[in-house]
Design a protein around this ligand. Structure first.
Ligand SMILES: [Zn+2]
Length: 416
């Protein structure tokens, strides 16, 4: 397989200018973006992306979930395409790079290949997946999930936003429903460039994260039932305090995650006590636990340990307890061949790199179920994301897109 030469680089200024141009659509209130899925702003962003893709000689495909596929022809039109991409939608108070870098990085790969007259055997397709963020229409990674067969399309289209508007209706309203059936495309490989959304690469001084795994997760909702009582007049030994049970279980979650290190995390993120009054002992507590690990055995072991210890704590305090799983993803192992292509590319280009695990969900995690997949990550300042202050440097973006291009070209096979 012909590998591209080490001097082959993308145009970092052009990529950066495109990022800044896209960020003008759906500006936030604090320097970031509010370009939520299936809003007018999303439609405008899609139009600009399509314009750019067509100017780069690509043909745009559009499926019935609004997923966009810009195709650069290959020398062998029957060869399965190499796909790249991510998402153009943002959080309501989102940054300029989360998702957008992966889409416009893919476009920059095509633009650079055009400039240099590089031909590949396999076609290259730059993708924009609809509704990755999942803020307006839960869950996240909705359309890539339908593509990969994880969700039924009817169910996805019936998702409603806070105003009761349906996904399917909003897709029609902004005019971005295509005719192509979802998930029929076959891929030779899929590569997603994304900002890390965590602090590791910057702290370690690395240019590139070679993503080997995606974390799996268990979300557990715990309901503890005790007895509301006066905080002043109820003797200590007569209390059935659901708040105290929640505190002990919260401590156990942290300790259990620590005991499963490395590659394990856990926290209580959402906590409610009832009646939530300063002079009432809580009679009820409802809270959620988030355990994550790239290792399925560890993930399940953390859950099992917690269920056992929480039951003991509840018994000790005389509380009723119910634990309900409310979310789960299996850990993701990305394709070793695609992961090597990313690592080799970073090596060839002279960028420092580190194997990392993705802590967040990405479209690539679903696409990995239907095609050989890998991710490239670049650092972001202070690991800050899903925040208007999200920031990366032009050098980081350039390095990420360089590595993406080399991995893509090597996989798509240069022809003379
Ligand atoms: Zn993202």
């Amino acid at each position: 397989m012909a590998a591209p030469g080490e001097n082959l680089r993308i145009d970092g200024d052009r990529l950066w200018d495109s990022l800044m141009e896209m960020a003008k659509i759906g500006p936030g209130i604090a320097g970031g973006n509010n370009r939520q899925t299936l809003t007018d702003e999303d439609g405008e962003g899609r139009r600009l992306f399509q314009e750019w893709c067509e100017a780069a000689g690509c043909t745009m495909g559009l499926d019935t979930m609004g997923n966009m596929f810009a195709r650069r022809e290959g020398a062998d039109p029957d060869a399965l395409p190499v796909y790249v991409g991510s998402h153009l939608d943002t959080q309501p108070t989102g940054g300029k790079y989360d998702g957008v870098l992966g889409v416009l990085g893919g476009l920059e790969v095509v633009r650079t290949m055009n400039d240099l007259g590089i031909k590949t055997k396999h076609p290259i397709v730059v993708t924009n997946w609809t509704n990755e963020e999942g803020t307006r229409f839960a869950p996240a990674m909705l359309a890539s999930g339908v593509f990969a067969g994880v969700h039924e399309q009817d169910w996805a289209e019936a998702r409603e936003d806070a105003d009761g508007k349906r996904f399917g209706d909003e897709l029609d309203r902004i005019g971005w429903r295509g005719e192509e059936p979802v998930g029929e495309r076959k891929m030779h490989a899929f590569f997603e460039l994304h900002i890390e959304q965590g602090p590791i690469l910057e702290a370690e001084g690395k240019d590139i994260g070679v993503v080997t795994h995606g974390q799996g997760l268990w979300w557990l909702q715990v309901t503890l039932t005790g007895k509301d009582a006066h905080t002043g007049s109820t003797p200590m030994e007569m209390r059935v305090n659901a708040g105290l049970g929640m505190a002990r279980i919260t401590e156990a979650v942290h300790r259990i995650a620590m005991e499963h290190l490395p590659n394990a995390v856990g926290a209580v993120g959402q906590a409610n006590v009832y009646p939530n009054s300063r002079n009432v002992i809580p009679g009820k507590a409802v809270f959620t636990i988030d355990f994550r690990s790239p290792d399925l055995e560890k993930l399940n072991s953390m859950r099992a340990r917690l269920e056992k210890e929480a039951a003991e704590i509840a018994e000790d305090l005389g509380l009723g307890i119910e634990i309900e799983p409310v979310g789960h993803f299996d850990p993701v192992t990305f394709d070793p061949g695609c992961v090597s292509a990313v690592r080799d590319a970073a090596e060839r280009l002279g960028y420092s790199h580190l194997d990392i695990v993705s802590g967040a969900g990405h479209d690539a995690c679903w696409i990995n179920q239907v095609a050989p997949t890998a991710m490239v990550m670049c650092p972001c300042v202070d690991g800050l994301s899903h925040n208007e202050a999200e920031e990366i440097s032009k050098d980081w973006a350039t390095a990420g897109a360089d590595v993406l291009m080399h991995a893509v070209i090597e996989t798509a096979e240069i022809v003379e």
